[in-house]
Design a binder for this molecule. Structure first.
Ligand code: F6P
Length: 325
């Protein structure tokens, strides 16, 4: 039997999380990710590849799997009676599931991040975060990242890994298909302080702000350049996949505000991409900024707001922030 010596996600939740409603919610999200993993794996067989005729709130063509993943995630929230509101990348308005009471949960999620990778069989993922309603009848879902209770993601790659933090440890659990469980395989993940790998979409170089151009130029100038060492570059075009690599072996991820995306405020979405990943990054000892300021300290102003993102090994992130000032 595989995985016999690894603790299961449900056992860990039962031991570490005192609120039974939060345990129920996290179990439900893990099982939604499992269902999405299955749908991703069989998408070609199920005729679920390509695009639909609809676009989401971002103006991006929705894939059948985007819609299916959203439905699977929302169905999983259904029995969780303390979930007051859900904010999904795929749905324009916040979905209110009950009249909000203090302490109820707000779940923000991107059901299938990096979905352009599906048709070429590369890694995609689901990102989520949980915060709480501050006061009775409070309709405010736009909370700062500092207020999060939990953030996590699932990566659907060669294996399915569910990464979770309650703000202290960051743990990774691999889906064991034989045991029908997520088992702890990457305990206490830490992002190394220094890095020699960066991730950025280089095709946008002509639009970059000067500090980003300078940072990348310094990195690629190698041992004879100002950094005095060789850097490697990787870009998967799936935030979950690029982030998972950085969480596992260090590095820095950049999707800056640039000349082209400036009017929209950047490319990545604050509520269900940047904030959850920033929360995980800080819990793993790294840093996450919009280029200058900590993402977790930004006050969101709109559900589908975009933002510049620089995150990963804190030495590199601080260097880029210093160059912006
Ligand atoms: O926001 C969606 C997303 O696919 C992210 O997962 C990824 O980091 C980024 O966009 C890829 O952007 P680009 O298309 O510029 O490579």
């Amino acid at each position: 039997m595989t995985g016999a010596w690894h603790a299961s996600l449900s056992k860990m939740l039962a031991q570490r999380v005192s609120d039974p409603d939060l345990v129920q919610l996290l179990d439900a999200i893990a099982s939604a990710c499992w269902s999405i993993a299955r749908a991703v794996r069989t998408s070609a067989l199920d005729d679920n590849q390509g695009s639909t005729d609809t676009v989401n709130v971002q103006g991006e063509a929705q894939k059948p799997l985007d819609i299916l993943a959203n439905d699977l995630f929302m169905q999983a929230l259904d029995p969780c009676s303390r979930v007051a509101a859900a904010l999904s990348e795929e749905v324009e308005e916040v979905t209110w599931l009950k009249s909000p009471q203090k302490g109820d949960f707000i779940v923000s999620f991107d059901p299938l991040d990096g979905s352009s990778n599906i048709d070429v069989d590369l890694s995609v993922g689901t990102i989520f975060s949980i915060s709480t309603i501050v006061a009775d009848n409070d309709q405010e879902v736009l909370q700062k990242g500092r207020n999060l209770l939990v953030a996590g993601y699932a990566i659907y790659g060669p294996s399915t890994v569910f990464v979770l933090t309650l703000g202290d440890f960051v743990d990774g659990f691999t889906l064991d298909l034989e045991a029908d469980e997520f088992l702890l395989t990457y305990p206490d993940m830490r992002i190394p302080f220094e890095a020699s790998e960066f991730a950025i979409n280089v095709s946008r170089q002509r639009h970059w702000p000067q500090p980003v151009s300078q940072y990348v130029a310094d990195c690629i100038s190698g041992p004879d350049g100002p950094r005095g060492k060789a850097f490697n570059m990787r870009w998967t075009a799936s935030l979950v996949a690029d982030f998972h690599r950085i969480l596992t072996r260090g590095g820095v991820f950049l999707y800056p505000v640039d000349e082209e995306n400036e009017a929209e405020g950047g490319k990545l979405r604050l509520m269900y991409e940047a904030i959850p990943m920033a929360f995980i990054t800080e819990a793993a000892g790294g840093a996450a900024t919009d280029g200058i300021d900590s993402i977790l300290d930004l006050q969101p102003t709109a559900s589908h707001q975009r933002v510049g993102v620089v995150l990963g090994s804190s030495d590199e992130v601080q260097r880029i922030a210093a160059a912006h000032i």
